[in-house]
Ligand binder design. Structure first.
Ligand SMILES: [Zn+2]
Length: 512
């Protein structure tokens, strides 16, 4: 420990000297909006931290280096002594309604300054996103928001819906809406092939859409067809086919009921091999071992829309019971499914079955049903997930929202520091910060954010890493994280220890 501190101090001083003597001009003069002094700067690129001051002018970073206080006029001063300054975090995969939940305090309180919406195949359903974006511009946002175009949404808008194959006209309509949406500022396509109607899509449709994404320099974010241990490799290969036409990205990479470090390394090696053939492929992950989604995830496709569940229940009952029994047992049993909403919120499937004196498969069929709510599913292995999270091309997401009954929407980014950096030392702080800032920005194609660099947008955090704490739990998932003292968004102090800020400084970011 002592040695590490010495090494850090030495490299700190050394890099400090380099940065002041080589790369920085003389102390600037004139008026600036914010000065952050005495900062330990972690610039987001993964390079060593260094000390310095930061000047912010309007919405941008104006200067990084040593500031002579005599020469500058300052509106607001932040003394960052004993603290680090980093870029604001970028959540590569988030959920929420930018109209109804525009404050997005859950994200801001864990240091997130930009969230990526329109995920898992579902986005705002309109052929023209511009009026919606403008409306949000006028009502304001607590954090920056950007969007992808949902593939299932395209199926709905084009009239394809649940058809296995779109007609030629429907396919060109999907392509055209996607193209128009990207021209209006969407960052690419999201798919949710585990959910209907996206589930019905086959390769030719996906490739036709991938071409549009590639032509418009976007990316495909994919909730893959199946994340189960025995299906995930097939799902990755399906996504890699689209990688011939556009960069592809695996959303919330995890292995449902897979275990161990070796398993994770094997999957990551598939991605490495694909990269060697010229495919751009990346992933994000959240730092929890329970997933969260609609209970429909455990039901077979033949029991879900457009099929009629009531009919299936009457005609294929014992088949459905067998399916659910074996699926739930493979997913670590009924104790590992925790209801997140509705009448059974906070109870596991095992507890509900006990209290009703019914088998758990009967509870699912007769009490809950495929549209009967959402739950957390304890189906992941920490060892396996840690290897994924540490991979240098995996960035961090929350996959959370202000309302979801899962701690990840309130804790993910804080937990990366409190757990992976402070507790288990699995990651260096500079690496963890890179995974939450410059890495997601470069994956998504988000310009001028994710790094502390002159000319970049001033989305910044000031905090003591040892004070960062994720408070949300499965029992109490809506507790804000602690420790992020200042959150600066687009050059404005959006969170401060001194005053409660109510103004919204986030923007709807359009792809350039
Ligand atoms: Zn998803």
């Amino acid at each position: 420990m002592k040695l590490r501190i010495v090494v850090e101090i030495v490299s700190f001083v050394f890099l400090g000297i380099i940065s002041f003597s080589c790369s920085q001009p003389d102390s600037p003069e004139g008026s600036f909006d914010i000065l952050i002094t005495n900062a330990t700067i972690i610039d987001g690129t993964g390079r060593e931290k260094f000390s310095g001051d930061i000047l912010i002018s309007s919405d941008s970073i104006a200067y990084i280096g040593k500031v002579d206080r005599e020469k500058v006029d300052i509106d607001q001063l932040i003394d960052a002594k004993g603290k680090v300054v980093t870029p604001g975090f970028i959540d590569a995969h988030a959920h929420g309604d930018p109209v109804a939940e525009a404050d997005f305090k859950n994200f801001m309180n864990m240091g997130v300054t930009t969230i990526c919406l329109g995920q898992d195949g579902f986005s705002y359903a309109s052929e023209n996103l511009s009026p919606w974006m403008s409306q949000i511009d006028s009502t304001g946002l607590g954090v920056n928001v950007l969007t992808f175009v949902g593939h299932s949404t395209l199926r709905e808008l084009s009239g394809t819906n649940y058809a296995p194959q779109p007609t030629e006209k429907q396919l060109s309509s999907m392509q055209e809406i996607l193209r128009q949406s990207m021209m209006r500022g969407a960052f690419g396509l999201s798919t949710g092939l585990e959910y209907t109607p996206g589930y019905y899509a086959q390769s030719p449709e996906m490739e036709a859409l991938a071409k549009v994404v590639g032509e418009n320099e976007g990316i495909i974010m994919s909730h893959m067809r199946n994340e189960d241990d025995d299906q995930i490799e097939k799902s990755i290969h399906e996504l890699l086919l689209q990688g011939a036409f556009a960069p592809v990205h695996i959303s919330h990479l995890k292995v449902v009921y897979g275990k161990g470090e070796e398993r994770a390394k094997h999957l990551l090696s598939i991605l490495d091999s694909a990269r060697r053939t010229g495919i751009t492929v990346t992933a994000d992950a959240y730092p929890y071992t329970a997933s969260y989604t609609d209970i429909g995830i455990v039901f077979p496709d033949w029991a879900k829309a457009p099929n009629n569940f009531e009919k299936v229940r009457a005609s294929r009952r014992s088949e459905l019971e067998d399916f659910l029994r074996s699926k739930i047992i493979r997913r670590n049993g009924p104790e590992a499914t925790l209801f997140g909403d509705g009448k059974w919120q906070g109870m596991t499937l095992a507890q509900v079955a006990d209290s009703l004196k019914m088998s758990f498969e009967k509870v699912l069929i007769d009490v809950v049903g495929p549209e009967g709510g959402s739950g957390a599913y304890f189906v992941m292995d920490e060892e396996l997930e840690t290897v994924i999270i540490k991979d240098s091309l995996v960035c961090i997401s929350s996959d959370g929202s202000p309302t979801m009954h899962h701690p990840r929407g309130y804790g993910s980014f804080a937990k990366m520091i409190s757990h992976y950096v402070n507790e288990t030392h699995s990651l260096e702080l500079t690496d963890a910060i890179r995974k939450m800032t410059s890495l997601p920005a470069s994956i998504i194609g988000l310009k001028k954010r994710g790094e502390l660099k002159v000319g970049y947008k001033a989305d910044l955090l000031v905090f003591d890493p040892l004070e960062v704490k994720d408070n949300a739990t499965y029992e109490a998932p809506h507790l804000y994280a602690d420790g992020f003292e200042y959150v600066i968004i687009n050059g404005h102090i959006a969170k401060s220890p001194d005053v409660e800020v109510t103004e919204r400084y986030g923007l709807f970011i359009r792809k350039e």
